[in-house]
Design a protein around this ligand. Structure first.
Ligand SMILES: [Fe+2]
Ligand SMILES: [Fe+2]
Length: 150
């Protein structure tokens, strides 16, 4: 099932923005720790960021794949290409987070920061597409009153 929060543009967008702003704040803190040369803090903040992306963005993605996307496809098969591309974005974010976990072991800070920035770019682009091409579209379709036969 998909909660009503995912079906409405305002609440769905608010979920995206809340996670995005928290990730941006944490990424800034990580960059400051790296600039100071504080490897212990950098390592702790990277763990927090990984946890953040997993528990917020990836969990949200999983809920969409098990609810919103399934329900959309049941009613609107023409949205299948869009949904394949949105799921691909989710997969790219999953892969990137797994790569960051590997990089953490080697304390490869420059690559870790670049990966978090890439992750943020994918998430922002993905969320814009999801909001405008899927959620908004579904809302529009649900408010169309079918013509009655005369
Ligand atoms: Fe998504
Ligand atoms: Fe979403």
């Amino acid at each position: 099932m998909s909660g009503p929060a995912l079906s409405r543009l305002d609440s769905h967008r608010a979920i995206h923005e809340s996670s995005r702003y928290d990730a941006a704040d944490l990424t800034e803190i990580l960059e400051r720790a790296i600039t100071k040369g504080d490897d212990v803090a950098a390592s702790q903040i990277t763990c927090l960021l990984i946890e953040h992306w997993q528990s917020r963005t990836l969990r949200h993605a999983q809920m969409e794949e098990e609810g919103l996307y399934v329900e959309a496809l049941e009613r609107h098969l023409d949205l299948s290409t869009l949904i394949v591309s949105l799921k691909r974005d989710h997969d790219l974010m999953r892969k990137l987070i797994a790569e960051i976990e590997d990089l953490l072991g080697g304390a490869k800070w420059a690559q870790i920061v670049t990966s978090f920035q890439t992750l943020a770019w994918i998430e922002k682009t993905h969320s814009f597409d999801e909001e405008t091409k899927l959620v908004y579209e579904l809302m529009q379709r649900s408010t169309v009153v079918p013509e009655t036969a005369s």
